[in-house]
Design a protein around this ligand. Structure first.
Ligand code: HQG
Length: 191
């Protein structure tokens, strides 16, 4: 069983096209596990029946916490593009967050700030490493933006919890971001 492919299909269904699977998300993005399993198994795309244990294994072994099971329901934690806005839990983020983006997008971002584009929320990372991984999906040498979340909250930006590495917001004004350049030590510095 290819759990990566299965995880991708679940993200596809729960982030982008629940109607293709005859699923209806509740306001926090949850669907009954039984309904999701029924839809996945009905397609006949998998070599054997998908079970709740497979879903649990995906969540336990994935390098990113994309999905969450609570009781008899499952949801995808971020990345939604469906018209129905998923309600996320508000929270106070770390003082600094990061966003990995492309050289191509940078001029527009410096003019307009960060926008959700196709998704419901702007996605921000808790560390440079995660932001770099996000940015590398589209640019081999991504630009890393540093987000001053204290300044953002002062101008009324609300933050929402994605997962342990991802925070969400509706937009990020340009005045709250700067280009992050890692500090490099002069080559004669003793370490
Ligand atoms: C850029 C994946 C022009 C933005 C990742 C990004 C993440 C602008 C792109 C999650 C802009 C949108 C989300 C503006 C933002 N003008 N471009 N004003 N504002 N952009 O994919 O953050 O692996 O929707 O910089 O790891 O890249 O699928 O967002 O380059 O956590 O679980 O517009 O999706 O998670 O791209 O990625 P996306 P993202 P998974």
């Amino acid at each position: 069983m290819n759990l990566v492919e299965l995880s991708k299909e679940i993200s596809y269904a729960l982030r982008h096209t629940p109607w293709e699977y005859e699923l209806e998300l509740d306001e926090q993005g949850f669907v009954p596990i039984a309904q999701l399993l029924h839809a996945l198994n009905e397609s006949g795309a998998y070599e054997r029946e998908i079970t709740q244990a497979d879903l649990e294994q995906i969540i336990a072994t994935s390098e990113k916490k994309r999905h969450e099971i609570v009781g008899d329901k499952i949801r995808t934690l971020y990345g939604h593009t469906i018209p129905q806005i998923i309600k996320k839990e508000p929270g106070i983020p770390p003082a600094v967050l990061y966003h990995g983006t492309t050289h191509k997008a940078l001029p527009q971002i410096l003019l307009d700030g960060l926008k959700p584009m196709q998704r419901q929320y702007v996605h921000l990372s808790v560390d440079v490493e995660t932001a770099t991984r996000v940015g590398k999906r589209r640019d081999p040498e991504p630009i890393i933006l540093k987000i001053n979340t204290v300044a953002a909250q002062k101008v009324g930006i609300l933050f929402f919890v994605g997962n342990d590495k991802v925070w969400l917001c509706k937009e990020m004004p340009k005045d709250c971001l700067s280009i992050f350049t890692p500090k490099t030590l002069p080559c004669n510095t003793a370490v």
